[in-house]
Design a binder for this molecule. Sequence first.
Ligand SMILES: Cc1cc2nc3c(=O)[nH]c(=O)nc-3n(C[C@H](O)[C@H](O)[C@H](O)COP(=O)(O)OP(=O)(O)OC[C@H]3O[C@@H](n4cnc5c(N)ncnc54)[C@H](O)[C@@H]3O)c2cc1C
Length: 391
Amino acid sequence: MSLIKNFYDVVVVGAGPAGTTAARFAAEQGVSVLVLEKDRDVGYPVRCGEAVSKDGIEPFIKPDPKWIASTINSFVFIAPDETEVKIKFNRTGYILERRIFDYELGKLAAKAGAEILTKAYVYDLLREDGKISGVKFEHNGEPKEVKAKIVIGADGVESRIGRFAGIKTHTKISDMECCVQFTVSNINVDPESCYFYFGTEYSPGGYLWIFPKGSDSANVGLGIGGDKAKLRSPISYMNHFLEKKFPSIPKLTMISGGVPCSITLSEIVKENVMLVGDAARQVNPLSGGGITSGMIGGSIAGDIAGRAIKENNFRLLNEYPKIWHQRVGKRHEIYYKIKNAIYNFSDETLNSIAHSAIKIPENERTLLSIFKIALFDKPSLLFDFAKIFFY
Ligand SMILES: Cc1cc2nc3c(=O)[nH]c(=O)nc-3n(C[C@H](O)[C@H](O)[C@H](O)COP(=O)(O)OP(=O)(O)OC[C@H]3O[C@@H](n4cnc5c(N)ncnc54)[C@H](O)[C@@H]3O)c2cc1C
């Protein structure tokens, strides 16, 4: 007996948070859905800092201690001259156990009726009479085909589904943050704070993070612009940081990967193919966070795909980019401009902002108050920020 049927209403490629959310929202419309995942497990290997806001994920999944490694209530920004600025986070953040979190999202999709097949590598789209009619994939070393009315590409940053469909997926090299991360143990940091280091010494054109996982473990990672990574590798910056700050710390895992810190692709629907998550460049370009925004993209696309099939109206797919841009995409365009200004700040400017910020009493410190004081202290910043909106 075959593991799957020959035909589904919707085939989703990739079982990351965007893919399983798209599958779940489509299945909730009562249509048949298959998710194809190339890896053996949903949620593994993990290539992520695992930070999210509670508000961001709560619409999709009820917070559960089994996938929350840490609860975050403050941020510490560290300037190039080591000035530390602590800011209370007026919301709640989580550091996830993504291996479990992604798995739970997969279970929610399955509960809604979606089928999931792992070790299924999609290598092409299927076409009949010039029209996309499904996907070709390899499962257990054997070539297979499955037909579908709609294909959702949720195949991450290295997405090929978009290209197969003829969508331009190119991202500027400077917008592709090249990341490396160690999960370390025996680290002595506040388990309720996330730490961010800025400046040219550790992370030019990006930032370095320490995200605590429980009381003595943390994800320590950094991302630098692809243009900078060509000159010096992210791992070399990371080794320099660890040797200086945490020499001889035990390193449990090491990962590397790219984060597309750009605006959304100009085309995220083509014919009956929709792209979601990193594949569509739905990452917050300022923070590099793509878990919740990918889930939002997935939920919109999945819901529309399900309705298009039920109503037999495929013009509905064109609603997806519109709704995405209204809800998130337009905001990402502003964040992108802010990113380009901030990531180009000189070390002196970053130090000057930090010196101004620590003058604010800690209980009154917010990102907005820091911004206002920084402007007062260094009016030339106004020009930098004016550029954000006028260039
Ligand atoms: C080092 C690093 C740190 C990060 N830190 C954070 C963070 O702290 N917070 C945050 O919000 N975001 C973070 N991100 C970004 C975040 O990981 C992604 O934005 C998020 O995982 C995107 O979800 P997705 O479902 O679009 O793609 P993915 O999670 O990448 O899932 C794509 C899935 O598709 C599968 N796939 C790919 N190709 C095929 C194929 N041909 N056939 C079948 N399956 C396929 C893959 O195996 C994978 O399971 C980080 C990224 C990196 C690299």
